[in-house]
Ligand binder design. Structure first.
Ligand SMILES: NC(=O)c1ccc[n+]([C@@H]2O[C@H](COP(=O)([O-])OP(=O)(O)OC[C@H]3O[C@@H](n4cnc5c(N)ncnc54)[C@H](OP(=O)(O)O)[C@@H]3O)[C@@H](O)[C@H]2O)c1
Length: 277
């Protein structure tokens, strides 16, 4: 099977490449941004026609949530039009498409863990563009897997690394304690994506690790495991205003996985422990 990974230099792209390299019979095509800019429709068509993948896994995205507020055109190009180009090019050669999406398609006001059947209502440019990406992929290729994740960390820039770096220069730190979600390792997400493709289990899926916490609780756990003695205290979102409004409660329930192939993700505590050790 031939797999094309776009945005191959990102956190998820790297992890998928690592896991696929261990699987026999996989022909991997790793496309970084400089190899394939997904926003360029002509390049996407010629690349896909030449490479003839069976599956395209789109790991490319404009993931800087706050920047998206002021870079709206760029965000629509990368998060909505790029996925459309890939879905459509894949469809022309009968290939499947995996589009990775986000908990930010929800407003986070329901105060219950969200399933694939709950109503979406994005509140940020990032969330809106990612939702349009989902819709365009669905419309342009029936063989789609749309996988929503959250609070992702792996090989790249992420919250975990930021906190550890900040601890080196700070004796005390305040971290937001009124936003809840689920930290998710790229290892768990990649395993699930590979399984969905193996099973040809098309559709929309939530995929985060199990459990929930606030950013404050997550930071406390990171520092506990690493033995970091920087003092962490809880604060409110209002104390740290950001350009993009964050959902208050965006815990995803992997309901479609539970109902179909089974949920093979770990608890967020198990996953972060392995990552840091
Ligand atoms: N990170 C999170 O917390 C989080 C949470 C929920 C959902 N997600 C979703 O999960 C997926 C993977 O996220 P991630 O954390 O692995 O992202 P990431 O580390 O930011 O990687 C994204 C990659 O996309 C590339 N890219 C940007 N524009 C491109 C373009 N026009 N053409 C081709 N490549 C382009 C970037 O290239 P450069 O390095 O050259 O910029 C980067 O390598 C994304 O769909 C994201 O929306 C992430």
């Amino acid at each position: 099977m031939k797999i094309l990974i776009t945005g191959a230099n990102g956190q998820l792209g790297r992890e998928l490449a690592n896991q696929y390299k261990e699987i026999k019979g996989i022909d991997l095509i790793l496309a970084k941004r400089e190899d394939l800019d997904i926003t360029n429709v002509h390049n996407v068509y010629s690349f896909v026609n030449e490479m003839e993948p069976d599956v395209i896994i789109n790991c490319a995205a404009h993931t800087a949530v706050d920047k998206c507020e002021t870079e709206e055109d760029m965000a629509y190009k990368i998060n909505a039009i790029g996925p459309k180009n890939l879905a459509s090019a894949a469809n022309q050669i009968g290939a499947e498409i995996v589009q990775v999406s986000t908990d930010y398609v929800f407003d986070g006001n329901l105060n219950k863990s969200l399933t694939e059947f709950d109503p979406v209502n994005p509140q940020t440019v990032y969330g809106k563009t990612k939702l349009e990406g989902e819709i365009l992929v669905k419309n342009h290729n029936p063989k789609h897997y749309i996988v929503r994740t959250a609070w992702l960390y792996g090989d790249g820039n992420n919250f975990v690394k930021t906190m550890i770096n900040l601890s080196k220069t700070h004796k005390t730190m305040k971290v937001v304690n009124d936003q809840k979600g689920t930290p998710t390792s790229t290892k768990d997400l990649a395993r699930v994506i590979i399984k969905l493709i193996e099973d040809k289990n098309y559709g929309v899926f939530h995929c985060t690790c199990k459990g929930e916490c606030t950013w404050y609780e997550f930071t406390k756990e990171i520092f506990r495991i690493k033995g970091i003695d920087t003092e962490v205290s809880p604060c409110t979102t209002d104390e740290f205003p950001r350009p993009a409004k964050r959902p208050e409660y965006s815990v995803l329930r992997n309901y479609m996985l539970e109902l179909t192939t089974g949920d093979i993700t770990r608890t967020w505590q198990e996953a972060i422990k392995e990552y840091l050790e």
